[in-house]
Design a protein around this ligand. Structure first.
Ligand SMILES: Nc1nc2c(ncn2[C@@H]2O[C@H](COP(=O)(O)OP(=O)(O)O)[C@@H](O)[C@H]2O)c(=O)[nH]1
Ligand SMILES: [Mg+2]
Length: 448
């Protein structure tokens, strides 16, 4: 495979790292260095100069040498730490290309790492998530996925599925030998249900996984002028939205994120709800309803006692979501509303003065209902994995039906193969029938 090069660091820093990988990586870098690095031992760092075609010094650099297979990509690799000037970076890259490198495509190092068996697909995908992580929770799930958390869970599932396949194929292969005993179908059915429950549990983590990765959507809604934008600014500790006592100031939705106790929340300030003939404001109000629909948590603000109708309307819009009912401007009026119809806890607030903001943050955190994350928990964050798991589940349900309705085992085995191949898509491995065969004789003694 050709050697590739690319800048690995973000622009604007004092230093930059240029990554070179491929069979000829070390010799290509050697040809642009003032000192020979060709025979340096692996995992060493050397100080040298990069020289241009006229032999003048482009930069003083450090080069780190990695030799196959002990590198990120599994190939010979060099990392050049140079100064972070755009000129230097481009010059070094141009020299490398001149000497036989080609510019790397996006994700190509990680792709090579996968192709060279340094990591499976789910781990490779976690590298991207890890780089994109902005908070403790998304960092945690990406890190555990990169360290093989999903891979381990899937390999356990695969073992159980292979065991199931084994039992079925034994039935198939030895169908003529009546003297041999096989696992009866009730046992197979139980095993199937157990695996099904496990896969289902994994698919259910996807909502949390997505929320942790993208931020949990929280809509701030209520009538005009109740202090929604003031609350957004207070939560963000920033003057993000325009605050004024003119009704209908916020017409479009405004989004921003904050982290509460390590979890990212995406707050959406919305246009206030009221009857209006203003066309633009009406569009804004439609967007408010759309924001409620997409939110997982809704903060419903008011500064005057809501009517029962208003409450029931909000409650029906928030079905399946967490609705937090908030009385704002308690610095002005601290009335005790008779909200017996509202069974959610009422949070009293002064957005303007910051009273009870910590209490609100705590309530938001609790409403998110984030499970405590253990290192051993597998949380699905990736849509591709989720889809593959759903496909596996569908095929597994067919296996279950097949077993219950006594279908011939070769038909059931076909669905089982589909389950395995769906799960195999996640880690990128392929299951060959040879693997299944090997397992038959490894784990079972015929006739037991
Ligand atoms: N006294 C008091 N005024 C507030 C409070 N929160 C917001 N306001 C005022 O209410 C008016 C409307 O606020 P704004 O955030 O624009 O309301 P929105 O239309 O719901 O976004 C502004 O004049 C704010 O300063 C509060 O907690 N106490
Ligand atoms: Mg507003």
């Amino acid at each position: 495979m050709s050697s590739i090069c690319a800048i690995a660091t973000a622009s604007g820093g004092a230093l930059a790292v240029i990554r070179v990988s491929g069979e000829d990586a070390i010799s290509i870098v050697d040809s642009v260095c003032s000192k020979s690095i060709e025979n340096l031992p692996a995992n060493t760092v050397t100080y040298t100069h990069i020289k241009d075609e006229n032999n003048s010094v482009v930069d003083e650099v450090l080069v780190s040498i990695f030799r196959a297979p002990h590198s990120y990509t599994g190939e010979n690799s060099v990392e050049i730490s140079c100064h972070g000037s755009t000129y230097i970076i481009n010059k070094v890259l141009a020299l490398l290309v001149e000497h036989g490198c080609r510019m790397a495509l996006p994700g190509e190092y990680t792709q090579r790492a996968f192709l060279n068996g340094k990591m499976d697909l789910s781990q490779a995908e976690a590298v991207a998530d890890l780089i994109a992580s902005t908070n403790q929770a998304s960092h945690h799930v990406a890190m555990s996925q990169m360290r093989g958390n999903i891979s381990t869970t899937l390999s356990k599932l695969r073992e159980q599925l292979l065991h199931l396949t084994t039992l079925l194929e034994l039935e198939l292969d030895f169908a003529d030998h009546e003297e041999l005993e096989f696992a009866d179908r009730t046992e197979l059915l139980e095993l199937t249900k157990k695996i099904e429950a496990h896969i289902e549990k994994l698919t259910l983590t996807f909502q949390t996984g997505q929320a942790l990765k993208l931020g949990i959507p929280v809509a701030i809604v209520g009538k005009t002028n109740v202090g929604k934008s003031t609350l957004l600014n207070r939560l963000l500790k920033d003057d993000r939205a325009i605050v004024s006592d003119i009704h209908g100031t916020t017409r479009d939705t405004i989004e921003d994120t904050i982290t509460i106790r390590g979890v990212q929340f995406r707050f959406i300030d919305t246009a206030g709800l009221r009857q209006t003939t203003d066309e633009v404001e009406q569009i804004g109000i439609q967007r408010t309803y759309a924001a409620i629909e997409k939110a997982r948590i809704v903060l419903w603000l008011f500064d005057q006692e809501p009517t029962e109708d208003e409450f029931f309307d909000m409650q029906s819009r928030c079905e399946g979501k967490k609705l937090l009912v908030i009385q704002n401007k308690v610095d002005l009026i601290d009335a005790n509303y008779n909200l017996s119809s509202i069974n959610s806890k009422l949070i009293k607030l002064s957005a303007k003065h910051g009273t009870n903001i910590e209490q609100l943050e705590q309530a938001i955190y609790e409403a998110a209902n984030i499970p405590a994350l253990n290192d051993s928990d597998t949380i699905v964050t990736n849509a591709r994995h989720y889809e593959a798991l759903c496909n596996a589940l569908t095929s597994l349900q067919r296996v279950e039906q097949g077993l219950s309705s006594n279908l011939p085992c070769d038909l059931i085995a076909e669905d089982l193969r589909l389950v395995l191949s769906s799960l195999g898509e996640i880690t990128g491995g392929t299951i060959t029938s040879q693997e299944t065969l090997n397992n038959i004789f490894k784990n079972f003694c015929v006739g037991k």
